[in-house]
Design a protein around this ligand. Sequence first.
Ligand code: 13P
Ligand code: SF4
Length: 302
Amino acid sequence: MGPADVLKKIGELKARRKAVILAHNYQVPEVQDAADFVGDSLELSRKAAGLDAEVIVFCGVHFMAETAAILSPGKTVLLPEVEAGCPMADMINGRELRAWKARYPGLPVVCYVNTSAEVKAESDICCTSSNAVSVVDSLGVDELLFVPDKNLAAYVARETGKTIHAWDGYCYVHHRFTPEDIRAARRRHPGAEVWVHPECPLDVIELADRTLSTGKMVVEARTTSCREIVVGTEKGIIYRLAKENPAVKFHPARETALCAHMKMTTLEKVLRALETDTHRVTVPPDIADRARGAIQAMLKII
Ligand code: 13P
Ligand code: SF4
């Protein structure tokens, strides 16, 4: 079957099953093009919560589909590739968080959305890279625990002035960016602005012009006066940025910044998901109820 036939079948099945396809900004171009909505983690969570659909096909990684399942308990949530997990989310589990927070009685726990439902269930409030600073500010405390991304935690500590105890987790894609990547990109593209994601190490963030979530990069690119931008995040977002802003040139800060897990989803797997309900993502109700509290606390803030 050629790509046009696959797309046609996806369209037919979507209509028959009242399905909606959500895709993260890092997905491969053909999956972004087939999606009803493309966004960052926060936008996709909000979208999943408000959808009038029976089936959600989540083209992203496991924690995103799990978040959608928590927010939409009556819907069928499908992850087209069962192996598409987030290695950072796997760096802490519920048992580890319980033991860690017992060492800091009374301190609130903020969990990045890149965590399992079990970890969200042990947390007071969730955040994404788009709203982490506002979420931490909203707590009205000077000291807190943050899991699992130590880089995002360091950035938020810098922005808020709070004392943040961070779990030793990181995203392998962003953690590999180095100050020399930024300096070399500036040499290659003098005059370009440098935008990086807050999952990058702080010494990389310090050399950038702006620090933005993928969703904020998409929004800011629409009104920027820059004609060239170096992008320090997973390379997949450049497809969307370039498609929506043909007058701006976007350069990856490093060509090899690719998340293998985000690239596992293909159009064929989206079709298979709709045909065979693979792979259905569910969360046990007791965990979902507690995790939903942390996610909804975040959604109330921003
Ligand atoms: P955002 O899209 O929320 O910026 O997050 C990036 C990411 O790494 C998602 O896995
Ligand atoms: Fe996880 Fe990083 Fe891949 Fe996002 S880009 S899914 S944080 S490993």
